[in-house]
Design a protein around this ligand. Structure first.
Ligand code: F6P
Length: 548
């Protein structure tokens, strides 16, 4: 397809935005007592209340037309049937195959039943985690493994780390999982200081097995192991790998039987459901890992089959486009009111920004619209004492997704009702705001002079009418966490489809990698840098001087 701006629904939305510019969300609630009920949908253990959006029936109907005109139905069909929808890399996009129901017998891709490969790998993970948990797997000095360090970066790090953290209440006590990602030596050094090589196992996760950070950290781990009692002969008791490049993993020194496969048709940022999720399975057990997959599968089925008007990823994706393209929203905030989900915005940030940070349509032409927003956020209530000021009174429109469990895993005192009250009150405050008259009255009631009232009242005005979604679940469990992440994966796909871009490549990260290698070579040699810009030359010199 071409530019979405050519679509009739896009043009109608452009006109409709003018009608909506003066509509206050509060009036939508006043005129329709059923608004909340009408704008609440449920799937896979999650309830989405999207009533607090600048959207009336016409808006929603036009947005549904937009996704239809953009070809979402075909796109979903293409994804689930294994078509090469990642057109620039000529690949299928099949994270959904990683969590397909056992009832599905086959999913043929290029003549191969990928479900057989997926299930064989799950069995391999099952056997491996069982050996670790039972203590059958021993280190070189015959002690059981107590610590597992996952080494990876990007999608080979964020997804597993965020899920392992989200599932802390389900973590096993007999084994601890750690994560190392950064090329900054402080990351791995800090971890190694806490560990005993006799009882530590490293899982090196890299789809390509060619990523600088991961290979450097894996080498550092191996050196540490070898210089602290380990030997080449016992490496296989302490190192495993997850990669689609088995040859490279073997030439790194990994024992072939300790290598877990993954495939070209899984994008890094969509890979936590594959053996890249091994650290999660180690932390919580394979049973819980299967529950995580099942939660994601429930969301997949909802996405694939529910009518667009009742479809969570479609509604959230389309509303996002409404704000990005018709209200000039530049960013989108995710605010989980759940301590264990505190790192989730970082995972969704990679998922969404690496997927939809694109400026070309599928056919290579430049886009005529804005595409993926800046995704950011953090845990509530912490953010209320940091960036919520800008959400309420800043000049930018920031749509927010609030995410909260109804029940806590740690129900002490009034903590949970207080936490939940804050979550609800933030979404309410964003919508209702505070008028000048209310601000003045508040000051008068507090005994302020007329002069103070005039001076301070404008600063207390909160315009309100700021949109948010509320995503609620009974409790954070492996299944609901799985469904939540799958929801955001599909939301990303919905938006990419509307914009007509390929959400599944990431060519933009390559230039920095190439230049990084070039600069590294200059930092460690006496190269002639005179052809470089003067800024880069001076910065290289500053680094070299500091090392001498
Ligand atoms: O540089 C970006 C990226 O390719 C991500 O897409 C990916 O998740 C990450 O690097 C890690 O890649 P790999 O798993 O191949 O080490």
């Amino acid at each position: 397809m071409g530019s979405p701006t050519e679509l009739a629904a896009w043009q109608a939305l452009t006109e409709h935005q003018k009608e909506m510019a003066s509509v206050d969300m509060k009036s939508l609630f006043e005129t329709d007592p059923q608004r909340a009920e009408k704008h609440t949908v449920q799937a896979a253990g999650w309830t989405l209340d999207y009533a607090k959006n600048r959207a009336n029936e016409k808006t929603l109907s036009l947005l549904t037309s937009l996704v239809k005109e953009a070809g979402l139905e075909n796109a979903i069909q293409g994804m689930f049937s294994g078509e090469h929808i990642n057109n620039t890399e000529d690949r299928s996009v099949l994270h959904i195959a990683l969590r397909a129901s056992q009832a599905q017998e086959s999913l043929m891709v290029d003549g191969v039943n990928v479900l057989e490969e997926v299930r064989a790998t799950l069995k391999q993970m099952e056997a491996f985690t069982k050996q670790l948990h039972s203590g059958e797997w021993r280190g070189y000095s015959d002690k059981r493994i107590t610590d597992v360090v996952s080494i990876g970066i990007g999608g080979s790090y964020l997804g597993p780390k965020v899920v392992a953290e989200a599932l802390t209440p389900f973590s096993r006590e007999d084994i601890k999982v750690h994560f190392v990602a950064n090329i900054d030596g402080s990351d791995i050094s800090g971890k190694l200081k806490q560990l005993n090589p006799e009882t530590t196992l490293f899982v090196v996760s890299s789809k390509t097995f060619g990523t600088l950070e991961t290979l450097s950290n894996a080498n550092a781990a191996r050196d540490w192991f070898l210089s602290n009692g380990g030997s080449e002969e016992t490496i296989s008791k302490h190192f495993a790998a997850v990669s689609s490049n088995v040859e490279k993993a073997v030439s790194f020194g990994m024992a072939a039987e300790n290598i877990f496969p993954m495939w070209d048709w899984v994008g890094g940022r969509y890979s936590l459901w594959s053996a890249i999720g091994l650290p999660v399975a180690i932390a919580v057990g394979m049973d819980k890992f299967y529950e995580l997959l099942d939660g994601a599968y429930q969301m997949d089925e909802h996405f694939r089959t529910a009518p667009f008007e009742k479809n969570l990823p479609v509604i959230m994706g389309a509303l996002g486009v409404w704000y990005i393209n018709f209200h000039n929203a530049q960013t989108h905030a995710l605010i989980p009111y759940d301590h264990y989900l505190r790192a989730m915005p970082a995972h969704i940030q990679q998922l969404d920004m690496e997927s939809n940070g694109k400026a070309n349509l599928l056919d290579g032409d430049g886009v005529a619209t804005d595409t993926g927003p800046i995704i950011w956020g953090g845990a509530g209530t912490n953010g209320q004492h940091a960036y919520h000021q800008l959400l309420h009174q800043g000049t930018r429109l920031v749509p927010v997704d609030f995410i909260a469990p109804l029940k806590s895993h740690n129900p002490i005192g009034d903590h949970h009702p207080q936490l939940f009250a804050n979550c609800l009150s933030q979404s309410q405050a964003l919508m209702v705001g505070k008028s000048l008259e209310q601000a003045k009255q508040e000051l008068r009631d507090a005994g302020a002079s007329d002069e103070q009232v005039e001076l301070v009242a404008p600063h207390k005005v909160i315009k309100g009418n700021r949109p948010s979604n509320m995503l609620l679940t009974e409790q954070m469990t492996p299944a609901t966490v799985g469904a939540l992440i799958a929801l955001y994966e599909h939301r990303t796909f919905v938006q990419g489809t509307i914009w007509g871009i390929n959400s599944f490549d990431q060519w933009g990260v390559e230039l920095g990698k190439v230049l990084g290698t070039d600069i590294f070579n200059r930092l460690v040699s006496d190269s002639d840098n005179s052809a470089l810009d003067s800024s880069t030359q001076a910065l290289i010199e500053a680094f070299k001087k500091a090392q001498s």
